[in-house]
Every structure is written in C-alpha cells, then in structure tokens.
Design a protein around this ligand. Structure first.
Ligand SMILES: *Cc1c(COP(=O)(O)O)cnc(C)c1O
Length: 423
C-alpha cells in the first residue's frame, strides 16, 4: 500500500540526535524556555547564516517560540507603533502581515513580479511615494517574503529602502538556506525571520528565530521575548513584553535538525530538478523555476507550478460543487465552517479538480497562498498591485518536495498529473 505523499513532512536525523538532545534537557532538568540547547542552537544557526562564499558575517540569532513571534518582535525592533504603516508582500502566508495588525499598525500590501513571484521593487517604490503623499509619512518597515524559498529582489529592495530610510524585515521563514549572491536570506535586512514549524525546512515541532544585525539588537529582542523585565529583585516592567522565548526541549530538536539541514536543502533542490525534467513535456503545466541569473539560489522549500486555464482536468465541471468542511492541508486547530463553496477570488476549476484528483491518488497538492489583499480580514487595507499574484493564485499549485519524497514518488506524482489531464 502506498503511503500518502505530503508536501513537506518533518524528518529526523538517522542518528536520532534530536532525541539525544531532548533527553539531555530532561536529564539536566533544563525543561524551561532557556538553557544549553537554546544557546547551542542559536550558535549553530548563527554559524549557518554567517557563512558566505566570500568571507563571513557576524549576525546574532535569537530563538523564539514561533516564526510569527519573530515577525512580531522584528516589527517592534523597527519601532513600529499603533497608527504606523508597514509595507508587506501581499503574496504570502498570513504570518507575514498579522503581527502588523497585532501592533495596531496598518499593513499596506505590495504586489509581486512575475519572475520570483515576490515583492515587485517598482510597485514598492510607487507605494512608498503614494503613502507619503496620502498620509504625510513614510511607512516604518518593508517585509519582503521568500515565497516557497525563492529569493526576493533584495538588491533593489534594499536600495529603495535606503533611499527612503525605511527598515527591511526579511521574512525568510520559507527560505531557510536560500541564498542571494552566496549570502543566506535573512542576513540582508535589519532583521531576518526563520520558522521551524513542522512543515518547514527544519523543525523544532514549532518555533522560530530572528536573525539580528548585532549583539545590541539581539539583546533588545531577547528582552522583549522574556516579558521585558528591569533589573530589580522583584518583577519590574518599563515596557510591555512577550512570552516568546524558545523552550530548551524544542531547541534540542533544533540542534539535532541542524545535522540534516544541508542534506534537506540538497534534497529539495534535487526534487525540483526531477520535476523540471519530468514535467518538461507535459503541455499546459509549467514548473516555477528561479530566474536564469546566478545570484539566485532557492532552497525550493515547495515546488510550485502553474496550470494553463485551457487545460481540461478530469471531473473539473464538479469542482467547487460541495462546501469543504476541512481546511486544505489538514491544518491543525479549529476551522470555521463556511456556507459557500466559492469565493470571489479562488483557483481555477481545473486547478481545484487537479487537487481533488491527486488527493484520490494519495498525493497532497495545494493552492498557492491566497494574496493577503484578497482576504476578507484585509479588505480595507491599501494595496499596490499589477494583479500578478492574483493571476498566479488562479493557476498556481504546490507539489510535494519534502525530505520524505523519493525519486519514485516524484515520477508517480508526474504520472498522476498526466492522467488527470484530459487530452
Ligand atoms: C511559516 C511562515 C511564517 C512563520 O510561521 P510560524 O508557523 O509561526 O513559525 C512566517 N511567514 C511565512 C511566509 C511562513 O510561511
């Protein structure tokens, strides 16, 4: 019997390092949100992100309870306050923009460009000028996102950011180990966000980290992550802090995962190459590749593709006929039920039919992220777009690429896609 093929499943080291470090946390009674595993994991991460093809960097890394917490604290580190505006890539997972809202600030969404699917520098500059004109002030921060691992146009984005004196928070949650000009994503901006959720490049079950420019910034982030306490024998607070530090137990998993990080990244790239070869002749399906430009080095966290609207997929006339009662991807937690099977912005019928077909073949296929400016919760947020990400949302889908996906699986997945397409 064939096992279900998920997009990206957690995968532990063969040697069981994760369990050894977790056991150490129990044996030494460091079952708290600090300790030797946290310190060592932070050092491992810093060593990883600081390695460059030409020389080394000296970034500091602070481990946190989630990637979302890392975005939140990065914005605080940038001085974002209630009433401020923050420019966020619209084509992303909600964790890039929700923390802006937590702070009482306002996300202003920026559209994507075709090659990387990430923040379009032209739209970014247009947005900056227009916000200044409309509000009299510049936005406080810019949040580009390494969608599915793909590096953003960081040179152009940083140049614009510098020109207007706006800070950059890189959301590299999906882009851990992706590089631009040989330098790891997350090390270009003032802060860089990493995530160790269960389905990311490596996992701590749940967790995240913030890459900081220097020790002072890292200390400030750590202060906010531990309830912002002042040095008195009792609890004294001069600011509102958060309980966002990583547990020493989770950090044990992270230390073990660092031993497989490079091989995970190599595997994701290998899977991308296999798809590239096998999907080459499948008419109407186009694998999303990185720009033909040696500066770009994506980790291909998820492999993505687009399906031309003309392509007929088995049973596509029945797509969206039934109200779905679980969220796609088996998301954890509670999902509100809905009355309608459709929204005014959704993947094309053939893409939905492909998802259902593949589910029947025990393969997880998912739509790409729905742009934030098309989310009901952000219906009033300003947006600057050419519609590129809206178009990609209609035709795009994600394919399994994780460390558990074998060459055999990729061949099977591509065969299933061919079967699903009616010629
Ligand atoms: C996963 C992710 C995050 C962080 O998520 P956590 O689940 O809180 O670790 C942030 N941004 C993007 C784009 C992500 O995919």
């Amino acid at each position: 019997m064939r096992n279900f093929i998920y997009l990206c499943l957690a995968h532990m080291s063969e040697e069981g390092w994760e369990q050894k470090y977790v056991k150490e946390a129990f044996d030494t009674n460091w079952v708290v949100p600090m300790g030797p595993n946290v310190n060592a994991f932070e050092q491992n991460l810093a060593d990883f992100v600081n390695r460059k093809t030409d020389g080394n960097l000296d970034r500091k890394v602070v481990c946190l309870s989630a990637g979302t917490a890392a975005v939140h604290l990065a914005l605080i580190g940038c001085g974002v306050k209630a009433g401020d505006e923050v420019l966020v890539q619209s084509f992303t997972f909600c964790a890039s923009s929700h923390p802006v809202t937590y702070l009482g600030a306002r996300p202003v969404f920026v559209g994507s460009e075709k090659d990387t699917w990430n923040m379009d520098p032209k739209l970014l500059e247009m947005a900056i000028k227009d916000r200044k004109e409309k509000t009299g002030r510049y936005p406080k921060a810019i949040v580009p996102v390494a969608l599915y691992g793909m590096p953003y146009r960081i040179d152009e984005i940083c140049e614009i950011a510098d020109k207007y004196g706006i800070l950059v928070v890189e959301d590299a949650a999906e882009g851990m180990g992706s590089r631009y000009k040989g330098q790891v994503l997350g090390t270009f901006g003032k802060y860089g966000v990493l995530s160790f959720n269960g389905n990311k490049m490596i996992t701590t079950s749940g967790g995240g980290a913030l890459i900081c420019r220097n020790a002072d910034d890292a200390n400030e982030i750590m202060w906010y992550a531990t309830q912002a306490r002042d040095a008195y024998p009792y609890y004294q607070h001069s600011a509102v802090g958060y309980n966002y530090r990583m547990s020493n137990v989770c950090a044990g998993i992270g230390r073990g995962q660092m031993t497989v990080l490079e091989s995970h990244i190599d595997h994701h790239k290998h899977v991308q190459e296999l798809y590239m070869e096998l999907l080459k002749d499948v008419k109407g399906v186009k694998l999303h590749c990185q720009p033909d430009d040696e500066r770009y080095d994506s980790n291909f966290w998820l492999c993505t593709a687009t399906l031309e609207p003309e392509v007929k997929v088995v049973d596509q006339d029945n797509a969206y006929k039934e109200v779905v009662n679980t969220a796609v991807g088996g998301a954890a937690g509670v999902i509100h039920t809905v009355d309608s099977a459709v929204t005014d912005c959704q993947p094309n019928n053939n893409v939905e039919a492909l998802r259902i077909y593949m589910l029947g073949k025990k393969v997880e296929v998912r739509p790409v992220w729905k742009p934030m400016h098309k989310q009901p919760v952000y219906k009033d947020a300003p947006v600057y777009t050419n519609g590129v990400e809206e178009e990609i949302f209609k035709v795009g889908f994600c394919l399994p690429a994780g460390p558990c996906v074998t060459d055999e699986d990729v061949k099977y997945i591509v065969d299933c896609i061919k079967e699903a397409i009616e010629s």
